[in-house]
Design a binder for this molecule. Structure first.
Ligand code: 13P
Length: 330
């Protein structure tokens, strides 16, 4: 499957992917490094990675890595979490500018001010943060969830505490529905999952008789209402693997995920759900995350070779570490 090219910021000269893969293999040995790759990065990076997975599995894998260096191919908060959970290891990321629209939607100073306001009103609450947040935000929170363990963590919050859930309003709304817990929701959203076209999805369902829709819980309610299976990336992967009968799946998540689906369940056909229709009548290429797309084989090679960019330890990581360990490892 060919994916739209959205990483227009790079004008690196073309290099043969096979040569790059060989170079990366050599550098991994020389630098004592392991590569972790999220399901949303290009398939060729997933293929050379030592560990692939969703946010939850990769955060846990990072604590099992035996090499002294981790290259985290994903976005900034993922590399940051790997560093927080492994202070003694060197954590490199291929591009420091690979951010996250959700993390950006919840600046730490704004969260701290809102928490202060709630406390001054006498509210007793736990703050539950999606892992797609900065370390500074994590250090202000009581719990961290990923799409893979969110329901279980919400159920661990004592019933007499209110919950402030940050920053994804759509995931928060979905969690309120499945857990029955009322929560205060921060008004953030993911730029990829926010823009699936409901009209495009309905049309795709019509064009693919007997297809099933699978969607990430970061999608808005109108998409989830016509979805057959809702789950984070690993849960969706397990679901398609559990179905033996060749099936067409309409996929409402980042389009690079289709690489992992095709590898795990090759009997099926996977069709990306289109993004919104633009003013010129074309479909946007926004089902690719421009931040994830900053990860390229060249940059994986470069960061290994140059041992940079590196995630540096910050004082507030210590507080974030306690919250991450309690939420993801216990
Ligand atoms: P997962 O929990 O499925 O890895 O989701 C990560 C993510 O960032 C979705 O946008």
């Amino acid at each position: 499957m060919s994916l739209p090219v959205v990483n227009a910021t790079d004008d690196a000269p073309y290099e043969d992917p096979l040569d790059l893969m060989d170079e990366i293999e050599e550098l991994k040995k020389e630098k004592d490094a392991s590569i972790l790759a999220h399901f949303y990065v290009d398939g060729e990076i997933q293929d050379i990675a030592d560990y692939t997975g969703d946010s939850l599995k990769l955060a846990r894998d990072a604590t099992q890595v035996e090499t002294s260096t981790i290259v985290f191919s994903g976005v900034h908060f993922m590399g940051e979490s790997a560093k927080i959970m492994n202070p003694e290891k060197r954590v490199l990321i291929p591009d420091m500018l690979a951010g996250c629209s959700l993390a950006e939607s919840c600046p730490a100073d704004q969260l701290a001010a809102f928490q202060e306001q709630l406390r001054s009103e006498g509210r007793e609450f736990d703050t539950v943060a999606y892992i797609n947040t900065s370390a500074a935000v994590k250090s202000l929170c009581d719990w961290i969830v990923t799409s893979g363990n969110a329901q279980e963590i919400i159920e661990r919050v004592p019933a007499d505490r209110d919950i402030l859930f940050v920053p994804d309003q759509h995931l928060g709304r979905y969690l309120m529905e499945v857990t029955g817990r009322k929560m205060m929701l921060w008004p953030g959203s993911c730029m990829v999952h926010e823009v699936f076209s409901i009209q495009g999805l309905i049309r795709a369902k019509r064009n693919h008789a007997n297809s099933q829709v699978i969607a990430h819980p970061e999608c808005p309610q109108n998409i989830l209402e016509i979805t057959d299976f809702i789950g984070g990336t690993e849960k969706m992967r397990q679901y398609v693997m559990s179905i033996a009968e060749p099936t067409t799946f309409l996929v409402a998540t980042e389009a690079a995920m289709i690489h992992a689906f095709e590898k795990s369940a090759p009997q099926h056909t996977f069709v990306p759900v289109p993004g919104i229709i633009t003013a010129t009548g074309e479909t946007c290429a926004c089902n690719r995350c421009p931040h994830m797309a900053r990860n390229t084989l060249q940059k994986v090679r470069d960061c290994l070779r140059d041992e940079s960019p590196e995630i540096e330890w910050q004082d507030y990581f210590e507080k974030a570490r306690a919250v991450l360990d309690k939420s993801l490892l216990k």
